[in-house]
Each structure stands twice: as structure tokens, then as C-alpha cells.
Design a protein around this ligand. Structure first.
Ligand code: AHR
Length: 635
């Protein structure tokens, strides 16, 4: 028997309790959420023609036959100095192809908006023919651009796909002989989230929106830090006109086992303005994390000297102005010019990702002082370092406590057993210390780290057990997010991930549904739920948390059974009565090894049922391996 007193609110649950961790890893931005279909549209990759091919030419003999593409670099536009010069020698059908991000996903009858910049030397090229083709070179839609200017000019056109294909390519052929320069060759589906021109993939944002996230942390992860300081994420380079955002190698550009991504670069088309806008769209608090002047301590660990830290600190202050400043301020004006005069209402800012040691503390202090002096109400999130066994990022607290740090970001990627054993992790936590941001966590079943992408039911179930402990301790745990958020099925460097997608479809894993159930049924106040006076933290493989929503007048019980047998529970409800009719949401699966896939995206999904309470007793049978949410209207 469990006891719940509906009148005894233990603590408030922060509106930010369940959020999203976004990082451009696993093709999450370019090739994923950002709906651009052309890879290397500005020819700005380190190998400038990466992503492009010239199938009927021989580059090594300079393709004297039909034509040739040559990467060019000018000193005129320092942000986007690269373009491509095409020389057409004859009418033998010289063409260039763009391979997209592991192909381009096109849907029959859907419209795709093409744009490019061209300078047509002597107006020699009469037509640019742009087509979707499949692997057999079958044409699946086309459009024609007539390049009418000898100097740089913008052109746009639309292609309507005549077929559905997950791995189409974009073929460009030319009519006429002569030279033409091309740049910023871009293609977006017309249908995007909120129908924003050149915006975000609708299906993926919908999955995020459905989570009802309390916050979005961006832009990562390790990507914030960079392998070297030069490679760190610099938000100022990601705002303003898209074509002027300088392409940079992605920190997750790797050549390792099955995680190959030598073609992983950041276009920054999804930049800080777009992140703020996304946060607003999905009703989440923006939570940007900035470089603290230390590159990834697992890589170079490069440090900016203390006397050169100012520009980093200034970046943080300017970001706050960009988000919240008046339109008359320098950075507030840029926000307004980009289409958002209203402030983004930024309340949190993170200083450093996974950082530790005296070097971090030294730098953190300078940031904290400068931010608080200018923006006293801004809440600062600080990072933490690896624990002595190197497995988790929850270390370096002593100094942060002394400095009265407000929120510390802890990360844990651990095995399922750890998640069960740590359901009481925060029960004994110092109530006077900084609050917790469980900023990255995921249960990693054995083998998955090595590149398998399955998010099996065992991982999700054990996360649901662990999360009872996060919620029960909502007085200290203020923000939480699963990580990483998403991955392309053909281009991932890290697994498990919460959402998987290819170029046409996306789906939520069992872990996604656990997050969604917690976030959608959060409540406003934690109530105590006890067995013999103690919280349920794994006794008989059972876990529980209770909350009420004072606005909706609802009691919400979250109950987890990690055992292989069904278990009966009786919950005594005291203090206030409830309606006899309620709702039970059940997430369960008989096979712990099973997982959702693109082909079977709904194998493990929540099922809703009617639920009846008799008097003050809620009786419930928890099936084996189950996570149950009970919702009862309070009278
Ligand atoms: O989520 C993947 C990586 O894990 C993040 O970039 C980093 O913060 C952590 O080590």
C-alpha cells in the first residue's frame, strides 16, 4: 500500500523541469532539423567540391571534353569567399550533381524552392536545367533558370516532385558554352514548420512541439567548446544573412568505425536567431550555452589566457542584448532586423559545457561577475567535470558551491542498472547548494555505445524509473534533458538518441515517449508518495512519484515496474477526494530488447484507458516492465 496526501504539497515543480537538449550531432541540424537539402551549398567545406560530383567528366584531365567545375576563392566576401566556376566546352551534357545529406528526400507532388546565385560571363550560358534524379537517373521533377546577368544575381525557381524518393540527387546541366559562376545553391521543401521560407523540417519540429518542452538548450554539447578554441561555437557568426554565415567543420566530423562523417560541416543556417525562434515556437525557455574560453578538455583542452578572456565574456553580454535588448541597442536591432522586434525573454545562460578544474573556476568567476553586474536577474548555468572514475560529469561542485553557483549541469550516460540504482540519487542532496540541471542523460544498454542505434525498451523503462527520482526532488532538480536529441539513420556518431529520422520520415523512440509522458503530465507540485513512510525507489523493482496540477485540479501518479512480473498496488488517497473516473496511460512492452524503427515506429507507444477509483483507494495492476501514469480529477 502506498500513501498519498493530496493536500501536502512538498515543493513546486519548475515549468522548466523537462526540456530538450539540442546539439548538431548525428546530422541533427544540417541534414536534419534544418530543411536545406543541398550539401555544401556555398562550396565552403574544406574540400570545396565535397557533396558535388561531375559524373560525365574527368576532373584529373581537367575534363577538357564537356566542361569542368573549379572551386574558387575570392577575398571579397570574407564570410563566404568560396564559389564554383563552371566552364562548359560543348553541348555534350556536362552536369554537376549534389548528393544531399545521404540523399535528398522528395515526396510526389510536393513543391521544392530552389535558389542560387550566378554570374554568367558574357551571358554565354543560356539555361540552367535543375532536376531531381533517382539512382537510375530517372528524372523526378525539374525546373529551368535563365541566367540573365553577367554579374552576381539571385535566381529562384520551384520544382514539383513527380515521384517519392528517399535518396534523390539534384542534377544541374547547362545549355550554351562558356563560363558561369555559381554560389549558394539551395533547395528547401516549400512545406516547413510554420511555413517559414527556408525553415525547419515540419515533422521533426512537430515531435519536439509534442514534448511540450520547458526549455531548449542549444547549441550543444561538445560543439560549444570545439576540439580547439578556433573550432568553438561563436553565436555572432550564426546570425544575420544566411549566405554570409561562414561554413565551419563540425566537431562531430569523424572518420571512425561506422560513425563515418568526413562530410559533416556546419552551414549555420540554423543559427542563434533560429534557435530562439524555435524555442518560442514550441513554448520553451531558450537556454544557450557559450564557450567559457576552454576547448574540449577531452581533446586539446586549449585555454584562452585570462588576459584575453574579454571577447568571450563580451559574447555572453552581447547575446543577452541580442535576445532581450531594446531594438535601439546594437544587438537588439539585429534581432529586430531579422524579423523579431519583441525580446525573446531569455532568462538562463550557460557558461561552458563539460568543464572542470581551476581553469574553469577562474574563467567562470569572470563570466558570472560580468553577467550579474549587467543582468542581475539572469540565471547562470555552470558546467561540471568528470567524476574520479571518469564516467560522469558531476564533479567540481565544492568550488561552485563556495561561489554560490545557481545551477550546475550534470551529465550521465550510464547502463540501465545505474539508472535503477540512482532513483534516489538526489534524495540526500544538499538543499542549500546549487540547483541541478540534469542536462544530458541516457540509459545505454550494453553494446549500443558501439554504434548500434537501438533505443530499446530496457533503456527507456530504466530512465522512467530514474526520472521518478528527478521529479520527487524537484526542489533541487530544476531542469532535465535526455541526450542526444536526434539522429539521422544513415549518419550518426552517437547512440542511443531520442528521435531518429531519414530524409523523409522521423519517429520517436520508447525513450521519447517516456520523456513525453513526464513532460506532458508534469503537474505543478510534488506530493509525497510513500510505502511504510519511505519513497518507492526500487523496492520490489517499483518506483513512484506523485504530483498535482493545481491549475487543472489533477492528481498525477507515475508508477514504474521494472520486474518481469505484474504487480498490484493500492494507493490510499487522503486529504482531498477525487472523481471516480480517471485516466490511465500505459507504456509497456513484453520484450526489453525491442525498439521502434522507421518501419515500425509505433511498436512501443503509450496507450490510454479509462480508469476507475473506488472511494479513496486507487488500485492498479502494473504489468511487467511497465510505466504507468494515472490521472485523476480532484474534487
Ligand atoms: O551528447 C553527446 C555529447 O556527450 C555531448 O556533446 C557532450 O556534452 C557529452 O559528452
Amino acid at each position: 500500500n502506498l500513501e498519498v496526501d493530496l493536500t501536502k504539497s512538498i515543493t513546486k515543480i519548475q515549468p522548466t523541469m523537462y526540456g530538450i537538449f539540442f546539439e548538431d550531432i548525428n546530422f541533427a541540424a544540417d541534414g536534419g532539423l534544418y530543411a536545406e537539402m543541398v550539401k555544401n551549398r556555398t562550396f565552403g567545406f574544406d574540400a570545396p567540391l565535397m557533396g558535388w560530383s561531375q559524373p560525365n567528366s574527368n576532373v584529373h584531365s581537367l575534363n577538357k571534353e564537356s566542361g569542368m567545375a573549379t572551386p574558387m576563392r575570392t577575398s571579397e566576401n570574407t564570410n563566404n569567399p568560396d564559389f564554383c566556376r563552371i566552364i562548359i566546352n560543348n553541348d555534350k551534357g556536362y552536369q554537376i550533381l549534389n548528393e544531399g545529406f545521404r540523399g535528398m528526400g522528395i515526396k510526389k507532388d510536393a513543391k521544392y524552392n530552389l535558389s542560387l546565385k550566378a554570374a554568367n560571363h558574357n551571358n554565354a550560358i543560356k539555361k540552367i536545367i535543375v532536376q531531381f534524379v533517382d539512382a537510375d537517373k530517372k528524372v523526378l521533377g525539374e525546373t529551368v533558370i535563365v541566367p540573365s546577368s553577367t554579374s552576381w544575381k539571385d535566381y529562384s525557381a520551384q520544382i514539383i516532385a513527380t515521384g517519392t524518393e528517399a535518396k534523390a540527387q539534384l542534377k544541374i546541366t547547362f545549355e550554351g558554352t562558356g563560363t558561369i559562376d555559381l554560389d549558394m545553391i539551395s533547395l528547401f521543401p516549400q512545406e516547413t514548420w510554420n511555413n517559414r521560407k527556408n525553415g525547419l523540417r515540419k515533422d521533426i519540429v512537430q515531435l519536439l512541439y509534442d514534448l511540450k518542452p520547458g526549455f531548449i538548450r542549444f547549441p550543444g554539447g561538445c560543439i560549444v567548446e570545439g576540439k580547439t578554441l578556433e573550432n568553438r561555437y561563436q553565436w555572432k557568426k550564426t546570425v544575420g544573412a544566411v549566405e554570409n554565415r561562414e561554413t565551419m567543420i563540425n566537431r562531430w566530423n569523424v572518420e571512425f568505425k561506422n560513425k563515418q562523417a568526413p562530410d559533416y560541416f556546419q552551414s549555420f543556417g540554423l543559427g542563434f536567431f533560429e534557435y530562439f525562434q524555435l524555442a518560442e515556437d514550441v513554448g520553451a525557455q531558450p537556454l544557450p550555452i557559450l564557450s567559457c574560453g576552454i576547448a574540449c578538455q577531452y581533446n586539446s583542452g586549449e585555454l584562452v589566457p585570462m588576459e584575453e578572456l574579454d571577447p568571450y565574456v563580451q559574447d555572453a553580454l552581447d547575446l543577452i542584448e541580442f535576445a532581450n535588448g531594446a531594438v535601439t541597442s546594437k544587438w537588439g536591432k539585429l534581432r529586430a532586423d531579422m524579423g523579431h522586434p519583441k525580446p525573446f525573454n531569455l532568462k538562463f545562460i550557460g557558461v561552458g559545457n563539460e568543464q572542470w578544474g581551476p581553469q574553469y573556476i577562474e574563467r567562470y568567476k569572470v563570466f558570472a561577475k560580468a553577467i550579474k553586474e549587467k543582468y542581475p536577474t539572469m540565471t547562470i548555468v555552470s558546467g561540471s567535470g568528470p567524476s574520479p572514475d571518469g564516467a560522469m560529469f558531476d564533479y567540481g561542485w565544492d568550488e561552485l558551491k563556495k561561489l554560490n553557483a545557481e545551477i550546475v549541469d550534470e551529465h550521465y550516460y550510464k547502463n540501465p542498472e545505474w539508472f535503477k540504482e540512482n532513483a534516489a540519487r538526489y534524495d540526500k542532496y544538499d538543499r542549500k547548494g546549487p540547483k541541478i540541471f540534469a542536462g544530458e542523460y541516457a540509459s545505454h544498454p550494453k553494446g549500443v555505445e558501439d554504434g548500434l542505434k537501438e533505443n530499446n525498451w530496457l533503456s527507456a523503462l530504466t530512465e522512467s524509473a530514474f526520472m521518478t527520482g528527478l521529479e520527487r526532488n524537484a526542489d533541487v532538480v530544476h531542469l532535465t534533458s535526455y541526450a542526444p536529441l536526434m539522429a539521422h539513420v544513415d549518419a550518426f556518431q552517437w547512440a542511443p538518441d531520442m528521435i531518429w529520422f531519414d530524409n523523409l520520415n522521423s519517429y520517436g523512440t520508447a525513450n521519447y515517449y517516456v520523456q513525453k509522458l513526464y513532460s506532458n503530465n508534469k503537474g505543478t507540485d510534488v506530493l509525497s508518495i510513500t510505502k511504510d513512510g519511505k519513497a518507492l525507489t526500487g523496492q520490489n523493482e517499483l518506483y513512484a512519484t506523485a504530483a498535482k496540477d493545481v491549475d487543472k485540479k489533477e492528481l498525477i501518479l507515475k508508477l514504474v515496474n521494472t520486474s518481469d512480473k505484474a504487480q498490484d498496488l493500492e494507493v490510499n488517497l487522503s486529504g482531498q477526494s477525487v472523481d471516480s473516473k480517471g485516466k490511465m496511460i500505459l507504456l509497456t512492452h513484453e520484450n526489453l530488447e525491442d525498439y521502434n524503427t522507421l518501419a515500425e515506429p509505433t511498436k512501443i507507444v503509450p496507450v490510454e484507458k479509462e480508469y476507475k477509483v473506488s472511494g479513496k483507494k486507487a488500485s492498479v495492476t502494473l504489468p511487467a516492465y511497465s510505466f504507468v501514469v494515472l490521472k485523476l480529477k480532484m474534487k
